[in-house]
Ligand binder design. Structure first.
Ligand SMILES: NC(=O)C1=CN([C@@H]2O[C@H](COP(=O)(O)OP(=O)(O)OC[C@H]3O[C@@H](n4cnc5c(N)ncnc54)[C@H](O)[C@@H]3O)[C@@H](O)[C@H]2O)C=CC1
Ligand SMILES: C[N+](C)(C)CC(=O)CC(=O)[O-]
Length: 494
């Protein structure tokens, strides 16, 4: 059970929109998850959220995620919290309901378990009021979809300041970005912004200025894209031109006193206004089910987050950090010394198929096979000593020829593995044969001829002695393996 820590078990109390997302986040990061929700539909709903999560989250990483934990549903809250080290409360946003749930949780859970609340707006001191052990209760406010978005606002009080570090560690361990809110405030940080934007949007609709669709377009065609990667202040710093933030404030500061927003004025949510908003929203998006919308949202988020990941920027940098932690458990060798048995093909890739690697046929697109085989080649180069340092000194390999055979299909979220056999590793040449599997199922093979080059002259040259030596050792060992089926095949030849 590689990568799975059997001692970690999380109880999810309330398995609706947010509780379902939490269940997926913990489960896919290897935790056992125990759910309590009196709704008879909770199991079905969580199952559907999990399907979406399995198709989207694992592929955000370039490493395999831990083996999924065990999901169980419980008839009583007492049973659900039994043995849980983390209890995530996600019941509706009603203070008296949360208080009653905490009383029940604290009667049955371990005294040192963390009780984390998903509350969007209550302060931790309000949640802790009259609790049996107030110090157990902390706000951990996530964002929907909890299984994809890394932000988690962590808010404690004086009574539990010393547990916050441990809480943050657990959240980082499941790939999240804990943002510590140092001083408690209603609605924490992010929801205060969302609330301001929401109020303004309600006014624009009520006053007949814009429809739900026009407001969404105003966000998604423009500033929403900016915010996803630079937030507010970095964006406005750039908007100030070369003179930066000071100039920005000089220019736009006075507008703050102009009637540009209504902010604190809240339009009364009359039946008429609610009908107007709901029917505009139906006209805009009613042709999609909620699950369809969720799948569009997830695919868009995955694409954007993977772009940020490639640039090691914002939310993408958080994914890279989590990749490094998972790399410690996935046993893909980095050096020849890490390769256990030289006489076996080397595991060079293990990962899930990202959602944005799939196409209109509902399976991994042909171009992505080459990407996975390219990653396998990069890893093999690293193993034989062609590392970033070596490349920086001017030596590298260029691919001269590739032959891929597509043998079986594979879908988003599936865990794939590439095993690499060196067919030739002598002089300037390196010939690799990659075999891609899902479990025991052979999905594709890739045969690649690479030539060692000088990056200064861009011409073929011999590798440095160390690379010659390490590649030679692997090639000699792999020469004892049977020649792989399909090696040397031409297109159309079986
Ligand atoms: N929906 C959202 O966008 C976000 C919500 N939150 C917060 O998460 C919490 C839950 O919100 P949602 O998931 O949206 O609500 P929801 O209505 O989708 O789910 C609440 C779930 O709690 C269950 N429940 C009710 N009483 C219960 C009890 N006594 N014990 C166990 N389960 C019980 C319900 O059956 C339901 O499935 C709230 O505090 C909310 O502010 C936080 C971030 C975003
Ligand atoms: C609308 N909301 C206040 C429940 C939103 C949140 O709490 C966070 C989110 O996911 O937008």
């Amino acid at each position: 059970m590689k990568g799975r820590n059997l001692t970690q078990s999380a109880a999810i109390i309330g398995g609706g929109v947010i509780g379902g997302g939490w269940a997926a986040r913990f489960l896919l990061n290897g935790w056992d998850v125990r759910v309590f929700d009196p709704d008879p539909n909770a199991q079905r709903k969580i199952g559907e959220v999990l399907d979406n999560a399995r198709a989207s989250l694992p592929g955000l990483y370039d490493m395999p995620m831990p083996v999924e934990g065990m999901l169980t549903f419980h008839d009583t809250l007492a049973d659900a919290v039994d043995g849980a080290v983390w209890v995530q409360e996600s019941v509706p946003e009603r203070l008296e309901m949360k208080h009653s749930v905490y009383r029940d949780i604290q009667k049955h859970c371990a005294a040192d378990a963390v009780i984390a609340s998903s509350t969007s707006g209550f302060k931790p001191s309000q949640l802790q009021h009259n609790a049996i052990r107030p110090e157990q209760i902390v706000v951990c406010h996530p964002f929907n979809p909890v299984y994809l978005l890394p932000l988690i606002e962590v808010v404690g009080t004086d009574v539990n300041a010393d547990m916050i570090g441990g809480v943050e560690d657990v959240l980082r361990g499941v790939g999240m970005f804990p943002l510590l809110v140092k001083k408690e405030i209603d609605a924490h940080i992010a929801d205060r912004f969302l609330e301001a934007v929401w109020r303004e949007a309600l006014w624009l609709i009520k006053d007949g200025i814009a429809t739900t669709e026009e407001i969404d377009d105003a966000i998604r065609m423009g500033f929403g894209l900016r915010w996803a990667q630079m937030g507010l202040f970095e964006t406005y710093r750039i908007a100030g031109g070369e003179a930066g933030m000071r100039h920005f404030i000089e220019q736009f500061g006075p507008c703050l006193a102009w009637p540009w927003t209504k902010l604190m004025d809240v339009p009364e949510l009359t039946e008429e206004l609610i009908d107007k908003i709901a029917s505009q929203s139906d006209a805009q998006s009613g042709h999609h089910t909620i699950r369809e919308l969720e799948r569009h949202r997830d695919a868009n988020l995955v694409g954007m987050m993977r772009t940020l990941k490639a640039r090691d920027w914002g939310a993408g940098a958080i994914l890279n950090t989590h990749d490094k932690t998972m790399n410690q458990t996935c046993a893909i060798p980095e050096t020849l010394a890490d390769v256990g048995d030289l006489n076996l093909a080397v595991k060079t890739v293990e990962r899930a198929v990202p959602l944005d690697w799939t196409d209109y046929n509902g399976h991994m697109n042909e171009a992505r096979y080459l990407q996975a085989f390219g990653d396998a080649t990069d890893r093999l180069m690293h193993i034989v000593g062609c590392t970033p340092d070596y490349i920086a000194k001017g030596g590298s390999y260029f691919t001269a020829e590739t032959h891929i055979r597509h043998l079986d299909e594979v879908k988003a979220g599936a865990r794939i593995r590439v095993e690499t056999q060196v067919l030739l590793g002598a002089g300037k040449k390196m010939q690799l044969f990659h075999a891609m599997y899902e479990g025991d199922r052979l999905l594709a093979t890739g045969e690649h001829m690479l030539i060692h080059v000088s990056l200064a002259t861009r011409r073929a040259c011999d590798p440095a002695p160390d690379v010659v030596d390490q590649l030679g050792k692997l090639a000699a060992a792999h020469a004892q393996l049977p020649r792989p089926d399909g090696a040397g095949a031409a297109v159309g030849k079986r």
